[in-house]
Ligand binder design. Structure first.
Ligand code: GLY
Length: 359
């Protein structure tokens, strides 16, 4: 990998690994890695498909844009088309698009011939900092997000930052919500960088975006390397997500962008950590709220209610928390910060504290 790109390796158990590269124009230089078929979000393909090496474009399997691709029937169709294209055990698949395309493409790679190699080519900020790394792949069942899937880590992640130039504004901010979450997990250095570079990130300046994406990928990779199958500590990556998923569920699919819900969820997690006296770094809540504002993200549930026009009633949010996949019995298990860079998981909290945060 050349031309201002950075790369590192995520080592996984069993001698597996993911080579991760971030930088402008990476896809143009990807020809040395053979790809037999490319699964691509149709809308992104139209904009950027020509950036992929010619050899990767011989068999292209288009997907409906966004979450619509994560359907059982779409997956079945993909597998049939891989078979019709004559893909063999030693072949490699590429998945090109946002989180949904990577989730369904990665799952197709996990299932086809009981597993073929795949290369993740994320095209959104959210997918670059989150969906591309970690090996979780999935499709949805009706009313049940990511209910069916497999762990199947890509052999490579190519985060070509030039693709972010055409990303819709709302999707950029959604990605920044996941970046803010990652900064809270990573600690002081990334948090300070976000505070300093917020305006440059919103202007999509390459000099600001590249290092932040790289830092997020390193942070996530370090957590995944320790606990790939989420036996324990990997749960910290769900910081802000228990509340965020409840917000998304109550608002209705596609109403509030994922990272925006996560940003408000971080506000909830910080408030709850403060109420339950877990939060040792007292100024952190206000600091994260200021950083969220710099990134044009909501810092609290109330702010999200005001800016989105969604009512998000507390009782509905509370019921949604009970449907969280990661609950234990009927009680939600929460991920809360003790300080920047020090996150606790699997926490049960008093009902009164939980309700106060949702009110
Ligand atoms: N593919 C996203 C993850 O494993 O977290």
């Amino acid at each position: 990998v050349t031309g201002g790109a950075a790369e590192f390796t995520l080592e996984l158990p069993g001698g597996r690994s993911t080579e991760i590269a971030v930088g402008p124009g990476l896809l143009a230089g990807a020809a040395p890695w053979p790809v037999a078929a490319t699964v691509a979000d149709r809308a992104v393909w139209e904009l950027h498909g020509a950036r992929l090496p010619q050899t990767w474009r011989r068999v292209v399997l288009p997907l409906a844009p966004g979450e619509g691709a994560k359907e059982w029937s779409v997956l079945g169709e993909l597998l049939e088309r891989l078979c019709a294209a004559g893909l063999e055990r030693g072949d490699c698949l590429a998945a090109f698009g946002g989180g949904a395309a990577l989730d369904v493409g990665g799952l197709a790679a996990a299932l086809y011939l009981r597993g073929v190699a795949w290369i993740a080519c994320p095209t959104t900020l959210l997918a670059m900092v989150d969906a591309a790394v970690g090996g979780k792949t999935a499709v949805n069942l009706p009313g049940a997000k990511n209910q069916v899937g497999a762990f199947h880590a890509p052999t490579r992640v190519l985060a070509d930052t030039e693709l972010l130039a055409t990303l819709p504004e709302a999707e950029l901010r959604s990605g920044l919500g996941e970046v803010l979450k990652t900064a809270l997990i990573a600690g002081e250095e990334l948090l300070a960088r976000l505070e300093r570079d917020a305006a440059a990130l919103l202007r999509r300046e390459a000099a600001a975006l590249g290092p932040v994406i790289l830092a997020c990928l390193r942070t996530k990779a370090a957590v995944v390397a320790e606990d790939e199958r989420e036996g324990g500590r990997r749960a910290i990556l769900n910081l802000g997500h228990t509340f965020g998923h409840a917000i998304e569920a109550v608002a209705g699919p596609g109403t509030i962008p994922h990272g925006v819900a996560v940003a408000a969820g971080l506000g909830c997690a910080l408030e709850l950590a403060e109420r339950t006296e877990l939060l040792e770094e007292r100024p952190l809540r206000a600091r994260v709220a200021r950083t969220a504002a710099l990134l044009q993200l909501p810092a609290s549930l109330d702010e999200l209610r005001r800016t989105s026009g969604c009512l998000l009633p507390a009782p509905a949010l509370r019921r949604a928390l009970d449907r969280d996949k990661k609950r234990a019995g009927s009680r939600p298990r929460l991920v809360l910060p003790r300080r920047a860079g020090e996150i606790e998981f699997g926490l049960a909290v008093d009902e009164a504290d939980l309700l106060a945060v949702l009110a």
